[in-house]
Design a protein. Structure first.
Length: 396
């Protein structure tokens, strides 16, 4: 009984860890932090982001395998500690090379969390024979992540106004350490039979890769998620220029961002209800892609401030929350001892897609922000219309 209670509390603790880990106060003032406090040019800021995404790509699978080798609990604890160290390093001195080193540490922390918390949540459900709740649980975890972003977005600007542009980075150390403390209380489900020898790190990595490439369904789901996520990612960089063109003061950007996060929370909280209304899991994925694509297209055609703000919220709501939904479908095909490694492989593919597509979005945006968002919207709608995913792929 106590074991079952431990696995049940894991689910709430993992939600709390998501909330705390993603309380990025600094996100509210990123450009002032880099440009005014850090003394960087905008081109250097964009280079830092590319540098970060490159390290995410390089570290995703090795850190996922660490989670399968040493345990997901250890991975989450270490990731939270590294995040706190990265924030302190970032705020130590306004220097481009220090920022580069801090971005590497942040990439390490993010990849140690990536896949490990989802794998631990799914295996905790599996211990109680409640895998059917995976989609609801992973969606709730993503909602708590977005909740952390909302809190940080709203409060980060006030922290910066009172204590300086570097203060939100320093303040992030508090929730990062709190997430570490909470992770220390997690209960690790058994991933192998009692007394069974622990496989080597490289055998776990090798077998995880072999399993992934031999699963057509996992490859299909990963490919569609990666491409749509890369297209949707463009909105993160373009929504502020769109708001600026529509005449919104900078002080209110965070309000629109927070509203977009709340929209995603609402979507994730009602996934099963929406599936019931639309009649199938596939219908929900396709409809969400088409709605997001349509919102992107309209954003490039309409300049009225109120309409632009609403369309940004709609675009975020129906495009970015897809990851935990796809993850729930994928988990049905993945054995426990390979789960974190395989999930990290899928995350690596998503990151690679962003690394490839982001520079193209940047070049297009230099030409025209409006036409760029239209092109992204058309791309999303094309994926929705020509999706190869079938209902049977989502049933497991």
């Amino acid at each position: 009984m106590s074991s079952q209670i431990g696995y049940e509390t894991n689910l709430w603790k993992l939600k709390g860890i998501r909330l705390l880990f993603w309380m990025h106060f600094f996100a509210a003032v990123l450009i002032p932090f880099y440009v005014d406090w850090g003394g960087l040019k905008l081109s250097q800021v964009l280079f830092l982001n590319s540098w970060f995404m490159l390290w995410i790509f390089l570290l995703e699978v090795p850190t996922g395998t660490v989670a399968d080798f040493l345990g997901r609990k250890i991975s989450l604890i270490t990731g939270s500690v590294v995040a706190a160290i990265a924030a302190l390093l970032y705020a130590s001195k306004p220097d481009f090379y220090i920022f580069l080193a801090a971005e590497v540490l942040f990439a390490v922390s993010f990849t140690l969390h990536s896949g490990a918390d989802e794998a631990l949540a799914y295996d905790s459900l599996k211990e109680k024979e409640r895998e059917s709740r995976a989609k609801r649980t992973l969606a709730a975890m993503e909602s708590f992540k977005l909740g952390g972003i909302v809190v940080a977005t709203v409060s980060g600007g006030f922290i910066a106004a009172h204590f300086g542009y570097d203060a939100p980075m320093r303040f992030y150390v508090l929730p990062a350490i709190a997430s570490c403390v909470l992770a220390c209380t997690l209960k690790e489900p058994l991933m192998r039979a009692a007394g069974a020898p622990r496989p080597s790190y490289f055998s776990i990595l090798r077998e995880g890769w072999r399993f992934f490439v031999k699963s057509p369904v996992l490859i299909l789901l990963t490919a569609e998620l990666s491409f749509t996520n890369a297209l949707a990612w463009g909105l993160i960089w373009l929504f502020q220029p769109l708001l600026a063109s529509a005449g919104l003061p900078v002080a209110y950007y965070g309000v629109v961002h927070a509203a977009a996060c709340i929209g995603q929370i609402f979507f994730l909280s009602n996934v099963e209800r929406l599936e019931g209304l639309l009649g199938s899991k596939r219908a929900l994925l396709v409809s969400a892609t088409l709605v997001a694509g349509g919102a992107f297209v309209l954003l490039g055609m309409i300049g009225h401030l109120a309409v632009v703000a609403v369309l940004i919220v709609v675009g975020f709501t129906f495009s970015l929350p897809r990851i935990p939904i796809f993850s729930a479908y994928m988990n049905r095909y993945i054995p426990s001892d390979k789960r974190a490694t395989v999930l990290s492989l899928t995350s690596m593919c998503r990151t690679l897609a962003i690394v490839v597509v982001n520079p193209l979005i940047g070049l297009l945006a230099d030409w025209s922000v409006a036409y760029t968002i239209i092109i992204l919207g058309v791309g999303l709608m094309a994926v929705g219309f020509f999706s190869r995913i079938e209902e049977r792929h989502l049933e497991g």
